[in-house]
Design a protein around this ligand. Structure first.
Ligand code: GTP
Ligand code: MG
Length: 306
């Protein structure tokens, strides 16, 4: 796809958040000569409603006020430039795309609460990896939810990736063990392991995930090479809390933020970046195969604000 079309599509995927951060702020600022308390209050409300978080909001307003008092800023339209710069400063450090070399095994374990988009993300990611010439095997280590295995198999067939599975309710670590057997037998591609996401039995889930991770590491030292934490952006602040738990307990190494197309809370990326410092690997902006995008801080910032 042409670069311009690609960017336009990202913009439309982020439309709901863009509406708050670009359209609404433009309306707010348009024609305003004075930067007064009223403007600060309204700006604060908009930033909070896009889930940019209290820290970002406070820091931005603080900087704007300082610049106004130093008479460096007399035109409200400059506020957006400051905001862009601040967003970039926070997002640039977490902008580390996942790099997967060919010719050696790479194991990705995918974790996150139920419904966050793990299986769909795995489907889209394997499709992209296949089209880049990677061999991909999927492992159905979500043996808990009815239809989880079939859902992964549908994706597997669609993208041309075999699925390792056992019966429902089997031990997820046993599925991971089987899948690692493929690597022991010489598989040199990408192995992606889907896991369950139920939250109401959190302790069990965490223990189960730790066991899966342990088995992977025992079969191939250094693996999993990536523990991708999938977060649903529409849950806003909740996603930040989940991220902290999964980071501490399982040692997530990268984040995928899904469903950005369905929310005006896309500013949550900024919060997650600021509060967790984990690399944001991909963002999901729709259900189609190419709606999973490698995270690019500049592209993201300019798609939201320009
Ligand atoms: N609009 C939109 N929908 C998405 C995106 N990613 C996932 N979804 C949808 O979110 C729903 C849940 O996705 P799943 O992939 O099944 O989530 P999961 O984390 O595997 O859920 P469990 O297996 O129950 O733990 C599905 O209807 C997906 O199509 C996205 O980026 N945008
Ligand atoms: Mg799933």
């Amino acid at each position: 796809m042409a670069k311009v079309g690609f960017f336009e599509k990202l913009k439309s995927g982020l439309a709901k958040t863009r509406e708050v951060l670009t359209t609404d702020i433009d309306v707010l600022i348009l024609g305003k000569k004075d930067i007064d308390q009223n403007l600060y209050d309204e700006l604060e409300e908009l930033l909070i409603s896009a889930d940019m978080g209290p820290q970002f909001t406070f820091d931005l307003l603080d900087e704007v006020k300082k610049r106004v008092s130093r008479k460096e800023l007399d035109d409200a339209s400059q506020i957006k430039k400051i905001m862009q710069q601040r967003m970039l400063d926070i997002l640039r450090p977490v902008d580390h795309p996942l790099v997967i070399a060919k010719g050696k095994p790479f194991v990705i374990m995918v974790i996150g609460v139920n419904g966050s988009g793990k299986t769909t993300t795995i489907g889209k990611l394997s499709g992209q990896l296949r089209s880049e010439g990677h061999d991909v095997i999927l492992a159905a280590a979500d043996t808990f939810r009815a239809a989880a295995i079939e859902q992964l198999e549908v994706w597997g067939r669609r993208v041309g990736a075999p699925v390792i599975k056992q019966a429902m309710n089997a031990d997820p670590a046993a599925v991971a063990f089987d899948a690692m057997g493929k690597i022991k037998a010489g598989f040199q591609g990408v192995l992606i392991i889907d896991t369950a996401g139920r939250l109401h039995t959190r302790t069990n889930l965490m223990e189960e995930l730790k066991k899966v991770k342990r088995v992977i590491g025992r079969e191939l030292p250094g693996a999993p090479h990536e523990i991708l934490l999938v977060l649903d952006a529409t849950t806003g602040q909740n996603a930040v809390m989940q991220a902290k738990i999964f980071k501490d307990e399982i040692g997530a190494t990268g984040i995928v933020l899904t469903k950005l197309d369905g929310t005006s809370k896309g500013g949550v990326v900024v919060r997650i970046a600021g509060e967790l410092g984990l690399p944001v690997r991909y963002i999901g902006v729709g259900e189609g195969m190419d709606d999973l995008r490698p995270f690019d801080s500049r592209e993201f910032t300019f798609a939201l604000l320009d």
